[in-house]
Design a protein around this ligand. Structure first.
Ligand code: PDD
Length: 290
């Protein structure tokens, strides 16, 4: 993510980032006790806001918190933050933590005023040169917890796994659990074999990606067969194409995995098709209510 834009929102106020402070007893700080979202904003318009709000509500319910805002209230906050930061293409981050108590108690879960924080940054998508080359990734054993379907702010395992790819000069760490693909450290992973697109099925092992659901819709529209189902390590390594998808990267071809070329070693035709569909879809949405 690029350098944040100057105005953020914290607990009822829009204020300069430098003026935003939270208690060191915030349970988000002490326990990673919170949930978050990252949403792309294209030309001032949030992309798939309803899906992000629904996923946040689902994450909060899974960690036994009520959503402190209605979808309409969230939307008003997004609109105000985007505008105060000058519109355009942004990456909007927001999180809710259980709040700050006096002291540190694992349980019982306290009923506190939730901490609500939003900020945004310029949306810096992979450049055309990067897309044309594709990216290199490494693989690693998925060492995360058993509820990866919750978009929790407790991301230590993801952070450590992502660091492995930084050290290897790679764009992402693709995760394997007991010999099958789960996802990336901060992205969904898709494979193409014989023209068919496959993404691991929804389960507690993976986050239900918002970009993934766009990919599924666009695949249906483009007549590309898509199925959600298990992908073995051998199928991953033998795939014709591998892609990453996320709100921060759209869909990005992986052309090298653990030093070996993926398929032809070039971004594949199915990725090209779906990438073009995604750009068309973004164009269709521009100027529409959200
Ligand atoms: N991460 N899986 C994981 C583990 C992720 O962290 C993400 C996104 C995704 C893709 O979800 P979506 O398409 O809704 O972005 C899948 C965001 C970008 C982040 O943590 O910054």
């Amino acid at each position: 993510m690029a350098e944040p834009l100057p105005i953020c929102y914290l607990n009822g106020e829009f204020l300069p980032l430098e003026a935003a402070h939270i208690s060191p007893f915030d349970r988000g700080f002490l326990f990673g006790d919170g949930a978050y979202e990252v949403m792309p904003v294209y030309r001032g318009r949030p992309f798939r806001a309803a899906a992000h709000c629904a996923r946040l509500m689902r994450s909060l319910a899974a960690i036994r918190m009520e959503d402190p805002h209605t979808a309409a209230e969230w939307r008003a906050l997004f609109a105000a933050l985007i505008e105060r930061n000058g519109g355009g293409d942004q990456s909007l981050y927001w999180q809710v933590t259980r709040g700050a108590e006096r002291g540190r108690n694992h349980a019982p879960l306290p009923k506190l005023k939730r901490t609500v924080f939003l900020f945004s940054a310029p949306l810096v998508l992979p450049t055309a040169a990067v897309r044309e080359r594709g990216v290199a990734c490494i693989s690693a054993e998925d060492t995360r917890w058993a509820r990866c379907d919750i978009k929790s702010t407790a991301l230590l395992a993801n952070v450590l796994l992502r660091e492995l790819s930084v050290e290897a000069n790679a764009a992402e760490t693709i995760l394997l659990r007991n010999g099958h693909l789960t996802e990336g450290s901060s992205s969904a992973v898709h494979v193409v074999q014989a023209g068919q697109l496959r993404t691991p099925q929804h389960s507690p092992e993976i986050l239900p990606g918002t970009t993934r659901s766009v990919v599924e819709e666009l695949a249906a529209r483009a007549g590309v067969v898509h199925c959600a189902g298990p992908v073995s390590e051998a199928e991953l390594r033998g795939a014709d194409e591998i892609w990453l998808s996320s709100a921060a990267r759209e869909i990005l071809p992986v052309t090298v995995l653990d030093g070996a070329p993926v398929g032809s070693g070039q971004p594949g035709p199915v990725w090209r098709r779906l990438y073009a569909e995604l750009q068309l879809y973004k164009g269709e949405l521009a100027g529409q209510p959200w």
